[in-house]
Design a binder for this molecule. Structure first.
Ligand SMILES: Nc1ncnc2c1ncn2[C@@H]1O[C@H](COP(=O)(O)OP(=O)(O)O)[C@@H](O)[C@H]1O
Ligand SMILES: [Mg+2]
Length: 439
């Protein structure tokens, strides 16, 4: 059995050399010489080969292209000029795990191709992503041996937890909860990075009173896509808004959504985890995956950003508005959410809980009963409606802990933060407020 291999090599002389090498080794068959990255991606999607050898200087080779190749099951082997440590670094940061140096030894090439094909299922593990994003770029000394250029020191041993704050359409208060939860976590002593990943246009910067058109998250995604997101570049993009609280601002215009590429966003979150105990992400609301698009891994997907965040998150906070319409929307969207999330905890937060919207009685037991009856949700956190407090916060671009420290809404969100901080990583059951008996 031979492995069908394609090449995409910028330099024709190198390409000819490599072709001779492939023919010389017994276990590889050269099925196509691709002229550029578009040709390569099309051939990979068509299933022509199991592996590809790409040269480091191939135009438009970036992390998204590598991800697309591995997504369709093609193992990627990088080709670098012999002794070029910086070229090897660049490829590794793009997610290429197997590297061979020119002039190519056919046996080493065969081994690298087998490993690339065999290792596909590991390619997007968190370890790998951390590996790429933790490696310094550019290497401190180009001539230094590769082994000496280790990852930059991580400020903490335990990687931080990603908390996705999600909710259906209809403004249930995702951003209010996300921003104030991040602030309360920081206030309680944790290092926190807030990330605005709403692909329909973020408002986190507004709520925090930060004027920033630069969209730190989009810039971080660009860096990640080029394999250049290291600790220093990340630090430069995250704005300090309060002690222990930093912010990656979002896209302010909805039409910029393609800048939040899912593969890059995953790398950004992996990097953020190395810098904070909590990474609180305000997500978009939409989850539906268009049938056709779901099969076409090359088509950009607007909801890809949300899906990438939910996939990375240990904890998802699902925000529902505490009225009949809001609860119905939440319960409908929640079934899509369960499909999108492979693992992790879901905490339901019912926001704007108020007497009158549900019926004349005490709203909490009514909502609790409805959640249990229709969705089997037995635990949730209730956040009261408190327009005086949230309006004051909105008007001033400040946090609830600043403008209304004694408000009931602040108190509820702080309670959630306290539970998240206390919860041991292994068991997060303690985060939840038991619904039964809440009054
Ligand atoms: N607990 C609350 N009480 C009163 N108003 C709230 C509460 N939470 C959010 N709001 C208000 O609801 C509106 C939408 O909130 P926002 O957080 O922007 O929603 P989303 O991010 O889901 O679109 C804002 O005007 C906000 O001040
Ligand atoms: Mg919002």
């Amino acid at each position: 059995m031979t492995i069908p291999v394609m090449t995409a090599i910028a330099d024709p002389r190198r390409e000819a050399e490599l072709a001779a090498g492939v023919d010389g080794g017994s276990e590889l068959t050269l099925v196509r010489r691709c002229v550029d990255i578009a040709d390569l991606l099309a051939a990979a999607a068509a299933g022509l080969a199991q592996a590809v050898v790409v040269s480091e200087d191939l135009r438009m080779l970036d992390a998204a292209a590598v991800r697309r190749l591995t997504d369709v099951g093609v193992g990627v082997v990088g080709l670098v000029p012999g002794g070029d440590a910086s070229a090897e670094h660049r490829l590794r940061q793009l997610g290429v795990g197997q590297i061979v140096a020119a002039p190519v030894d056919p046996q080493l090439l065969g081994e690298a191709v087998s490993r690339a094909v065999g290792g596909l299922d590991r390619d997007h593990s968190l370890d790998r992503i951390l590996d790429w994003s933790a490696a310094p770029y550019p290497p401190r000394a180009a001539a230094a041996p590769i082994a000496a250029a280790g990852p930059d020191p991580l400020p903490q041993l335990e990687p931080g937890r990603v908390i996705a704050v999600w909710g259906p359409a209809g403004a249930p208060g995702r951003t209010t909860v996300a921003v104030n939860l991040a602030a309360e976590l920081a206030d309680l002593g944790a290092e926190v990075i807030a990330v605005d990943a709403d692909s329909y246009g973020g408002t986190v910067a507004h709520l925090l009173g930060v004027l920033d058109e630069a969209a730190g998250l989009a810039a971080a995604c660009r860096h990640a896509n080029h394999g250049m997101l290291d600790a220093a570049s990340f630090a430069g993009l995250a704005l300090s808004v309060r002690p222990r609280l930093r912010l990656l601002t979002g896209i302010t215009r909805a039409d910029r959504w393609p800048e939040l590429r899912p593969s890059a966003l995953t790398t950004v979150l992996a990097r953020a985890r190395t810098q904070a105990a909590f990474v609180v992400v305000d997500c978009g609301f939409c989850l539906e995956q268009d049938e056709e698009l779901a099969y076409d891994t090359e088509a950009p997907r607007r909801n890809g950003a949300t899906l990438a965040v939910l996939d990375a998150a240990e904890v998802t906070i699902g925000v529902a508005a505490g009225d009949p319409v809001g609860l119905a929307r939440y319960l409908r969207a929640r079934s899509e959410l369960t499909e999108a999330r492979s693992s992790g905890e879901l905490i339901t937060v019912v926001n704007r809980v108020r007497r009158g919207a549900i019926g004349p009685g005490d709203p909490q037991p009514e909502i609790a009963a409805a959640l249990e009856r229709y969705a089997g949700i037995t635990t949730a956190v209730m956040v009261p409606d408190d327009p005086a407090a949230t309006d004051a916060a909105l008007a001033e671009g400040r946090l609830l802990c600043e403008v209304a420290p004694k408000s009931a809404v602040r108190h509820a969100i702080r309670g959630l933060a306290a539970r998240l901080i206390d919860a041991p990583a292994a068991s997060r059951r303690g985060i939840l407020t038991a619904l039964r008996g809440t009054r």
